[in-house]
Design a protein around this ligand. Structure first.
Ligand SMILES: *[C@@H]1O[C@H](CO)[C@@H](O)[C@H](O)[C@H]1NC(C)=O
Ligand SMILES: *[C@@H]1O[C@H](CO)[C@@H](O)[C@H](O)[C@H]1NC(C)=O
Ligand SMILES: *[C@@H]1O[C@H](CO)[C@@H](O)[C@H](O)[C@H]1NC(C)=O
Ligand SMILES: *[C@@H]1O[C@H](CO)[C@@H](O)[C@H](O)[C@H]1NC(C)=O
Ligand SMILES: *[C@@H]1O[C@H](CO)[C@@H](O)[C@H](O)[C@H]1NC(C)=O
Ligand SMILES: *[C@@H]1O[C@H](CO)[C@@H](O)[C@H](O)[C@H]1NC(C)=O
Ligand SMILES: *[C@@H]1O[C@H](CO)[C@@H](O)[C@H](O)[C@H]1NC(C)=O
Length: 754
């Protein structure tokens, strides 16, 4: 509420808080007013609050902060000093900070020393969609707005002081994480021109993906001629108008008046292209006018796609803040790829498919179908030119791989849901087959030197030889479970393309998770878990409740065997047999929650709460879990239960609100229970999905009593893409306080089970 008042004050978008009537015909409403850009920026959410002028815009302009050894993953921290405002950021990632490059920093007076120009804030940062404002302790206020490839800085200095802006090419987000994941500045150049504009380039390397040197070019113009400007190298001013080298370097600009504005363009191609990109912002553009353009784009391209009946401001803020948070990265860098020239689109900042393939990409397809098709084409084009699709990628370099090659699952999901357009699916399948058949060269990652963490499937030699992965490879068991789902993805696309031999081969391989199943492994009254397995076939004694450090060198990555044993979502019928049938399956799921193995803030357990739908009469338990998970979210700065992870966390919540959960790689959606009396999703081409419920309440009354899909009584706890998404559809629920056994029909499919 405080936040809304604030955006009212500063953005001049005043609206009524008391009664908001939602008119579904009104397609041009300003849903952006409900977006809290600070959602998930604290408490580990790591979301980027700065300016992203359109979905997936290349420029992400915001503050860079230091606070002791806290890692500013997105640049932003709630406490500490701002040491620059820079043009490139990631959003919601863990690992280590990346980017924070191409910066400006305002300084009151003429800077005598460049040593530490950082400033605390006078009051908390503010902003809304397309707009950001910081109040520095030295009396300078900084306002930011942007377009896709350029940023606009507007500075308000104290009256009667000399106003300076320092451009430091060496500026980059530091990491205090250790692990060798920190970024380095490796050099650059900087040139001043007589008209007061500047151009240059910065070169950086490393970060979480261990990337080699990469270059960003920039071009900056002020709205007035500086009365003095000079270049610096090391820490001191130098004569002349150009500097280059590997030391800290850049320029200082001083102005006589208190109001200074600056336009900056960036480009991966050249500083000349950066100057062209700068022209996306016309001279003398007002900050708030540019912010309005951004709001219009976000409303039209994302926010307007989902409308709810609720007039509860908490609900509206949660829906629209979550939708916004889903589309900050990847970055659409079409036309900005320095690696190769191609007419295909290019998307970078994939951080990571390991996070997003589980339920983000399925919603990405629905909300942003055009960008989604471009994204799939880009994944395939990266394979064409770099040899492998990414599991994660930034600064034009693949890395790092945490488990399997999950682009396979994403491509499969897109293929079976009919994404075609200009995608070359023969190439798509070849890209997937590269993952499945070609051992990627080892990049000798110090944290996992056994095999590639750059791309592909490092543990493929064992997978091909034994059908399981031995402990000579790190993360052996969790990788094996993911390779199974990856191979199921290959099966799906091969089957669709009429490649029947390949389809059978990969279906067989998708069952290989079973080879890690040790029926004798026990934990908390349950027997049968996926465990490490040796060359000679013996299982390694391993407590399924304990994953050691659960990290790069362990058998399981970021979750225990309790969770990974339930992750082969294409083979659930077989899994149920192995755990001892329906009752034992339900008991095992319950224990995952009761014993604390479930973590709503980490992706491998995203699907766990909804597996109850695979047992007759137990769908209500999925709804119960879904509601418990929903309660962990809010629209505030601490409103995400874990890293946003490029919007993976937000997409998970949105599915709860919709009342469905996608099984990536299949057309199946598990049915939960919707949050609102009415939600309408615009599916494009005039098609829509309407989800209506009666008798319910988001917080207290939510068990499904009955359901009609497209007017027909529905008795299954699942439906398919074709039922409601391919051509639109309606779902009409009656909700109530007590569970009833409404889903008496067939169980969801288990396509890999015998
Ligand atoms: C600055 O460095 C970039 C990247 O290395 C290079 O392309 C450019 O030619 C250099 N410009 C000058 C003026 O030295
Ligand atoms: C510039 O100053 C910083 C901070 O005092 C120092 O670490 C660095 O060595 C100096 N660089 C040069 C080239 O003198
Ligand atoms: C991606 O960027 C390119 C180049 O700016 C643009 O032509 C294309 O429309 C963008 N894609 C989407 C979905 O906005
Ligand atoms: C798949 O597995 C079945 C059963 O083990 C086997 O008969 C069949 O030959 C396998 N197919 C391929 C293509 O490997
Ligand atoms: C497999 O190798 C392990 C370790 O060398 C050994 O302890 C175990 O007895 C072997 N199992 C079989 C079946 O030979
Ligand atoms: C779900 O069930 C658990 C265990 O019975 C219970 O503690 C929790 O309150 C329920 N959640 C909701 C939202 O009803
Ligand atoms: C449901 O609970 C949330 C969290 O306490 C609250 O913000 C929201 O207003 C409630 N909604 C309704 C419809 O009661």
């Amino acid at each position: 509420m405080a936040l809304l008042t604030r955006s009212c004050l500063f953005l001049h978008v005043c609206f009524t808080l008391v009664v908001i009537s939602v008119d579904f015909a009104q397609a041009d409403s300003d849903w952006s007013q409900y977006v809290n850009i600070f959602q998930g920026t604290e408490g580990g959410g790591n979301r980027f609050p700065g300016v992203v002028a359109a979905p997936f815009a290349m420029v992400k302009l915001g503050p860079d902060m230091r606070n002791g050894d806290a890692n500013a993953y997105s640049g932003y921290l709630p406490e500490g000093n701002i040491f620059g405002f820079s043009m490139m950021h990631e959003s919601g990632t863990g690992g280590a900070p990346k980017y924070g490059v191409v910066s400006q920093m305002p300084v009151v007076g003429v800077p005598i020393s460049l040593e530490d120009l950082s400033q605390p804030r006078a009051s908390p940062d503010e902003g809304g969609v397309g707009y950001y404002k910081s109040f520095l302790a030295n009396g300078v206020t900084v306002e930011l707005a942007a377009t896709e490839h350029a940023g606009l800085y507007s500075y308000d200095f104290p009256q009667d002081s000399v106003s300076s802006v320092v451009v430091d090419v060496s500026h980059v987000l530091p990491s205090f994480r250790g692990f060798g994941w920190e970024q380095h500045y490796s050099g650059g150049n900087f040139s001043l021109f007589e008209d007061g504009h500047y151009e240059g380039s910065g070169i950086y390397n490393n970060g979480w993906n261990l990337s080699p040197d990469w270059t960003i070019h920039f071009c900056g113009r002020f709205n007035q001629q500086p009365w003095e400007y000079w270049a610096f190298y090391g820490n001191s001013s130098v004569p002349g108008t150009s500097v280059s080298g590997s030391e800290r370097l850049g320029g200082v600009f001083t102005f006589s008046g208190p109001k200074v504005a600056s336009r900056v363009g960036i480009s991966f191609i050249s500083s000349q292209k950066a100057c062209e990109n700068l022209e996306e912002i016309a001279e003398d553009t007002e900050i708030l006018a540019l912010a309005d353009v951004a709001k219009t784009r976000w409303n039209k391209e994302v926010l307007n796609k989902v409308q709810i009946s609720s007039d509860n401001v908490d609900d509206l803020q949660l829906v629209y803040s979550s939708l916004y948070g889903m589309f900050l990265i990847p970055s659409n860098r079409s036309g900005e790829n320095p690696g190769w020239s191609s007419s295909e689109p290019y998307y970078d900042d994939i951080f990571t498919l390991w996070d997003t393939h589980r339920c983000h990409t399925a919603l990405f397809q629905i909300i942003q179908p055009e960008a989604y098709e471009e994204f799939i084409r880009s994944l395939i084009d990266i394979w064409r030119h770099d040899g492998f699709m990414p599991d994660a990628r930034s600064s034009n370099y693949n890395g790092r791989v945490q488990g399997g090659s999950n682009a396979d699952n994403v491509l499969a999901d897109a293929y079976i849901k009919g994404v075609r357009g200009s995608i070359d699916w023969e190439d798509g399948f070849s890209a997937m087959q590269t993952d499945a058949e070609v051992v990627p060269p080892n990049n000798f990652d110090p944290n996992a030197p056994d095999s590639s963490t750059k791309e592909g499937r490092g543990a493929l030699p064992d997978w091909l030889q034994y059908g399981y992965i031995t402990p000579r490879f790190s993360r052996a068991v969790s990788q094996a479970v993911e390779y199974s789902t990856n191979d199921f993805g290959l099966h799906q696309v091969a089957a669709g393309l009429g490649k029947s031999t390949e389809a059978e081969t990969y279906l067989n391989r998708s069952q290989n998770w079973r080879n890690h199943w040790n029926p004798a492994a026990t934990s908390y009254d349950h027997a049968g878990f996926v465990v490490p397995r040796l060359e000679n076939g013996s299982f390694v004694p391993q407590d399924p409740a304990n994953c050691g450090g659960c990290y790069w060198s362990d058998a399981y990555y970021e979750d225990s065997s309790w969770v990974y044993s339930m992750n082969a979502i294409h083979d659930v019928a077989e899994l149920k047999k192995r755990v001892g049938g329906d009752a034992r399956f339900v008991d095992r799921l319950n224990k995952i929650f009761e014993l604390g193995f479930f973590d709503a803030g980490n992706e491998p357990s995203f699907v766990t709460p909804y597996l109850y739908n695979f047992v007759q009469g137990e769908q209500w338990r999925s709804v119960n879990r879904s509601r418990d998970i929903g309660a962990l979210y809010n629209a505030g700065p601490r409103g995400l239960p874990g890293n946003s992870d490029a919007g993976a966390m937000e997409s998970n919540l949105l599915w709860q609100m919709i009342g469905l959960y996608p099984l990536t790689g299949q057309t199946t959606f598990l049915i939960l229970a919707p949050w609102f009396e009415s939600m309408t999703m615009d599916l494009g081409n005039g098609k829509k999905l309407e989800i209506i419920s009666s008798g319910g309440n988001r917080n207290t009354t939510f068990y499904v009593q009955s359901l009609k899909v497209n007017g027909e009584t529905w008795d299954r706890a699942w439906l398919t893409w074709d039922d409601i998404f391919a051509n639109g559809g309606t779902m009409q629920y009656v909700l109530g306080e007590r569970p009833v056994h409404w889903a008496t029909g067939d169980l969801p499919p288990s396509p890999a089970s015998d």
